[in-house]
Ligand binder design. Structure first.
Ligand SMILES: [Zn+2]
Length: 204
């Protein structure tokens, strides 16, 4: 057991709790000399005071005896949090892609239906031309919005080295040849140009 390390740990934890040696001693019903001796690594708290001390300092006995906080638990918690965040990110991205498909497909179906029905009902003429112009404009707006949803969702995976990267440059993506949601892009890692696959998570 490393008494110096334990002493420093007690001292750090005591200060974190804004306690003086005297105040800590008072809470434990011992002399402040005893606390001072622990903190200088000259002695170890008596077994019957250990639990109370740990409660006051918000640590466990194991941590007290090692002289440091158990980082394993902390790291586990952080890892779990990161996994949870990644899951939520994936869900959000999937939702965006679904919205994009529903929106654009619905818009296309309505567009085609509207054109066919109007041309049957109205025949060729200025009214039909106006309807076609306006509905084409609306369709284009919807498609741009769908494209925005697609850009916002997820990441791209290089087909060559499988590196996953983010690309949010609308102009660049709009100009890049695409197949479905894959877009022809240069991989920032290996520099190869491939039809980078749309993926929903950052994990490679
Ligand atoms: Zn690559």
């Amino acid at each position: 057991m490393d008494l110096i390390k334990i002493g420093k740990f007690i001292s750090t934890k005591r200060k974190e709790k804004n306690l003086t040696q005297e105040e800590l001693a008072e809470k434990l019903n011992i002399t402040d000399r005893a606390v001072s001796k622990w903190e200088r690594g000259l002695s170890l708290p008596d077994a019957d005071k250990m639990l109370d001390l740990c409660n006051i300092l918000d640590i466990n006995v194991n941590e007290l005896l090692i002289g440091e906080e158990n980082m394993k638990d902390e790291k586990k918690k952080t890892d779990e949090l990161l996994i949870e965040l990644a899951k939520q990110d994936e869900l959000k991205n999937k939702r965006l892609i679904t919205d994009m498909w529903v929106l654009t497909i619905t818009a296309f179906v309505f567009y085609i239906a509207l054109i066919i029905i109007s041309s049957i009902l109205l025949g060729e003429g200025p009214v039909l031309a106006t309807i076609v112009c306006i509905s084409t404009a609306i369709l284009l707006i919807v498609c741009f919005y769908g494209f925005k949803l697609e850009v916002d969702a997820g990441y791209f995976e290089c087909r060559h080295c499988h590196h996953v990267f983010e690309e949010k440059n609308y102009f660049k993506l709009l100009m890049a040849p695409h197949m479905g949601t894959s877009r022809y892009q240069k991989c920032p890692k290996c520099g190869k140009r491939t039809f980078a696959k749309k993926v929903m998570t950052k994990e490679e």
